[in-house]
Ligand binder design. Structure first.
Ligand code: CUA
Length: 490
């Protein structure tokens, strides 16, 4: 581009002849970004276009470099300001001290900054136009800064104490029910207390500046051209870095303490399998598989975490620590429940449509109650009621175990409760109404199809979220057992 060597040029003159003459003279050698008539227009044009050169009609415009300095900051050094007078056939370029008759070429050279050698704008500014006092940037003296900081710092200190205390004493987490959760809660309180103080610091200075340094009525001046402050920038980099590194090291220490890699004496092993969308709990030493997690209080538990499909995350908020169930990887998590109560396992990893419903009941019970539960799970299960004709009682019992093992009961109740999926109570033999309005009687073939291809019949009022992979997990015999079990639930 031909004009690139001369750059962006702004022309300031009230006279059309002057303006047109200069524009024509520059031709296509410069990019004329503005042609303005007055000082006020020049100001806004400079702000808007950031010109690299300004040609001023010296006869008719009272425009000194000192006027422009605050506007051109911080590019002042590199902006060329050329004062030109047109007198008859003559063009005169003013160079502060000298007035020189000039040719068109001189002007172009001046724009290029080539043969037209001049002092740096700052030097010539200082020599020719001693900076008027009212133009000096209003950067307060150091003592003044300290005085101005005293009040907001005092307010910060006064407000920080209650805010930090509030965060320190408020329960931000659900009740704590595991030994390993104590240092986590302590760390959380500490972090919130520190964050609270930093929040107060920022807000106090923010509102203090808004109020105290607000514009006075009628003041249209720009603020002082503050460039930066090295001590301030070093401070706000180093201090947060120290806080963050300190907290991170402390947190790493805590993690080290609460995630032991060697087993506790007498720990209970529970294999936790996550699947879309439920949980299966196996107690390998007790030979129990369950869809609810029952734990004895005050006994360490080793959870071995698995997934059969996608990544899930095993989380009981009251027990604090959570860990991912990753397909193909066995993760270990050790926790010691300390409070008898009923909690819930939640999946903490977005894993598909029914992620939000991926819950399982947790019961922390006394040792004696746990032993009773174990006994009830391992004892020969009572024969299922044989209300319906043609139910194979043994197959139904196997089906009940499968329903627990594969987490069916996480979504389908056996007592009529509406969960994610339709209840199994009274399912067999009933007439089902589907999303498209069609109906069908639920016979053995319907239940079998619904297990293998859940999307074939989506019951009205329920989401199509049942896993589609049971055909890979269940044999034909197992499906028949499940159907038998459902048949008993009348
Ligand atoms: Cu499994 Cu979310």
């Amino acid at each position: 581009m031909p004009w690139s060597e001369l750059g962006r040029v702004l022309i300031v003159s009230p006279h059309p002849l002057f303006r047109e003459g200069i524009v024509r003279l520059l031709g296509d050698q410069a990019e004329v970004v503005g042609v303005v008539a007055s000082l006020a227009e020049a100001r806004s044009a400079i702000r808007k276009h950031r010109p690299q050169a300004i040609i001023v009609d010296h006869e008719n415009v009272e425009l000194e470099e000192a006027d422009l300095a605050p506007l051109l900051w911080p590019e002042l050094e590199s902006v060329r300001i050329i004062y030109v007078t047109l007198a008859g056939n003559e063009m005169i370029i003013h160079d502060r001290q000298r007035v020189v008759a000039a040719t068109e070429k001189d002007l172009l050279d001046a724009l290029k900054g080539a043969s037209y050698k001049r002092q740096s704008p700052k030097e010539s500014l200082r020599e020719a136009h001693p900076r008027p006092a009212q133009r000096a940037p209003e950067i307060p003296e150091r003592g003044g800064i300290m005085r101005k900081l005293t009040v907001p710092l005092l307010i910060t200190v006064v407000l920080s104490v209650p805010v930090a205390l509030w965060f320190w004493r408020t329960d931000l987490t659900p009740e704590l029910a595991a030994r390993e959760g104590q240092p986590i809660d302590f760390l959380l309180r500490l972090e919130f207390a520190i964050a609270g103080v930093i929040f107060v610091l920022c807000m106090v200075f923010f509102f203090y500046s808004l109020v105290v340094f607000r514009r006075a009525p009628g003041d249209l001046e720009d603020g002082p051209p503050v460039h930066g402050s090295t001590p301030l920038e070093v401070a706000w980099t180093v201090i947060p870095a120290i806080i963050v590194i300190g907290l991170a090291s402390y947190a790493a220490g805590i993690l080290w303490d609460i995630m032991p890699t060697t087993g506790y004496k007498d720990e209970l092993v529970v294999d936790v399998t996550g699947f879309q969308w439920g949980w299966r709990f196996e107690y390998p030493d007790l030979g129990i598989t369950s869809s609810e997690l029952v734990l004895p209080v005050n006994r360490p538990v080793l959870f071995r975490l698995y997934s059969v499909d996608v990544i899930h995350s095993f989380w009981i908020p009251e027990l604090r620590i959570k860990m991912d169930n990753i397909p193909g990887i066995e993760n270990h998590l050790r926790l010691t429940p300390t409070k008898v109560g009923e909690y819930k396992v939640r999946c903490a990893e977005l894993c598909g449509t029914a992620h939000a419903y991926m819950l399982a009941p947790v019961k922390v019970v006394e040792q004696s109650a746990f032993e009773e539960w174990v006994k009830s799970q391992t004892a020969a299960a009572p024969a299922p009621p044989t209300g319906a004709a043609g139910v194979d009682a043994q197959a139904a019992e196997r089906g009940r175990a499968l329903a627990q093992q594969f987490g069916c009961l996480g979504c389908h109740s056996t007592d009529g409760t509406k969960l994610v999926g339709p209840t199994w109570k009274g399912l067999f033999g009933s007439t089902r109404t589907f999303q498209d309005g069609s109906t069908r009687v639920a016979d053995e073939e319907y239940i079998r199809e619904s297990i293998l291809n859940p999307s074939a019949y989506v019951v009205e009022g329920f989401p199509d979220v049942m896993p589609k992979n049971f055909k890979d997990q269940l044999s034909e015999d197992q499906i028949r057992d499940l159907v038998e079990f459902i048949k008993t639930l009348q």
